[in-house]
Ligand binder design. Structure first.
Ligand SMILES: Nc1ncnc2c1ncn2[C@@H]1O[C@H](COP(=O)(O)OP(=O)(O)O)[C@@H](O)[C@H]1O
Ligand SMILES: [Mg+2]
Length: 365
């Protein structure tokens, strides 16, 4: 069985590495030469809408995507010729923050108050309705906190508009969360679902730094609520594959932030930390195989490597640390790899996270 994948970044690379033991073959499409997945699998280097490239993908057995900003026309065109999972509908909703928030509202999933904004006057009106602080976001193409502006007061309207205005925008009320969580759900072609334990995520300047799983001090009730939200989204979208749902935990109340119709950075810990990784489960789902056990093997954490990968010798000298180097060129704040840490308990896990962070900080001075 050959899997065609739109996008050949690190998510694609980890999909391929998880798929080889299952006997799967891969064909990636990405305009960037020598992309992370292209270093371990066949890659066509061409624009997303290149007819010859899309034709090659249409000759695989199933097509998926690992990059959210692929034009959804590419996925829809392919879907006429080959099964595309997750369905193009999932991609279309996840690509547009307004449609995403409307889906939450339709499903009765709590989310921050929001309003579409297409002009400076609409921004002023939305700010007076929603209040401040508020977050202005581009509806499309944002990632790692890019395309966002936090308004502290109504006086910030002109500055916010000057910073990111001119494209379709969304204004959201600022959520004073106690912590950020995410839940990864996976749905098979037979409609069966499985959910990973909630993950606690620490962001810095909009970029994910650390995930801890299972999220420490989490009541089973919270897990059940997150699974209900994830399940209703999976079913609403007719989703097949992994779906990530980012959540704000406000003193035990969950608010949906955004979804990603694919494997997710907050699920990388599952490679060493869960019975079946998110990558394997995504592939099982899209190729019609039974889903694997999503339970955690014990406390685990994922620390993103930003900018450049530090010396493997020093990192791997730490106990139960596992390195994933994505094969990317160094660039400030770029996600170039991650490490997974495991520990018998959360106190030891936190000590090990501190050791990794000390090593990363030492390297940067
Ligand atoms: N409405 C909000 N209230 C509070 N913090 C927010 C809000 N929206 C985003 N953030 C912060 O910014 C981060 C990135 O925003 P997000 O909407 O997830 O966009 P991205 O697509 O860049 O991940 C979030 O993880 C959170 O830390
Ligand atoms: Mg996010």
């Amino acid at each position: 069985m050959k899997v065609g994948v739109l996008g050949a970044g690190q998510l694609g690379r980890m999909l391929a590495l998880a798929g080889y033991p299952l006997g799967l073959k891969f064909l990636f499409l990405d305009p960037t030469p020598d992309a992370p997945a292209g270093q371990v699998a066949e890659q066509i280097v061409a624009p997303w809408d290149d007819p010859k490239a899309l034709d090659a993908l249409a000759h695989t057995d199933v097509v998926s995507y690992e990059f959210e900003s692929v034009p959804d026309i590419a996925a829809r065109t392919l879907a006429e010729r080959v099964p595309v999972w997750p369905p193009p509908a999932s991609l279309a909703v996840a690509q547009d923050r307004l449609r995403e928030k409307e889906a939450f509202r339709e499903l009765g999933i709590a989310t921050a108050p929001f309003a579409a904004v297409d002009s400076e006057a609409e921004l002023a009106r939305a700010v007076s309705e929603i209040g401040t602080p508020a977050v202005l976001k581009t509806r499309r193409l944002g990632y790692d906190g890019k395309g966002q502006y936090v308004l502290r007061s109504a006086a910030d309207v002109p500055k916010a508009w000057a910073a990111i205005g001119g494209v379709p925008l969304l204004l959201e009320g600022f959520v004073s969360f106690s912590r950020e969580l995410s839940v990864l759900g996976v749905r098979g072609q037979d409609g069966r679902t499985a959910f990973y334990p909630l993950v606690e995520n620490e962001h810095e300047r909009g970029i994910l730094r650390i995930s801890r799983a299972p999220a420490p001090s989490t009541e089973p009730k919270l897990q059940a609520r997150a699974e209900t939200m994830s399940r209703s989204l999976l079913e609403y979208l007719g989703h097949v594959g992994v779906l990530a749902l980012e959540l704000f935990d406000v003193n035990g109340e969950l608010y949906a932030n955004e979804i990603a119709p694919r494997v997710h950075n907050s699920g990388h810990w599952t490679i060493e930390g869960a019975r079946t990784s998110q990558f394997e489960n995504h592939l099982r789902a899209i190729s019609g195989l039974p889903l694997g056990d999503t339970s955690a093997l014990g406390p685990a954490a994922m620390v993103n490597l930003l900018g450049e990968v530090p010396s493997p010798a020093r990192l791997l000298a730490l106990p139960d640390v596992h390195l994933h180097d994505y094969g990317k060129q160094p660039r400030p704040d770029r996600k170039v790899g991650h490490v997974t840490l495991r520990a018998p308990d959360f106190a030891t896990l936190d000590a090990r996270i501190a050791d990794v962070q000390a090593l990363l900080a030492a390297k940067n001075t």
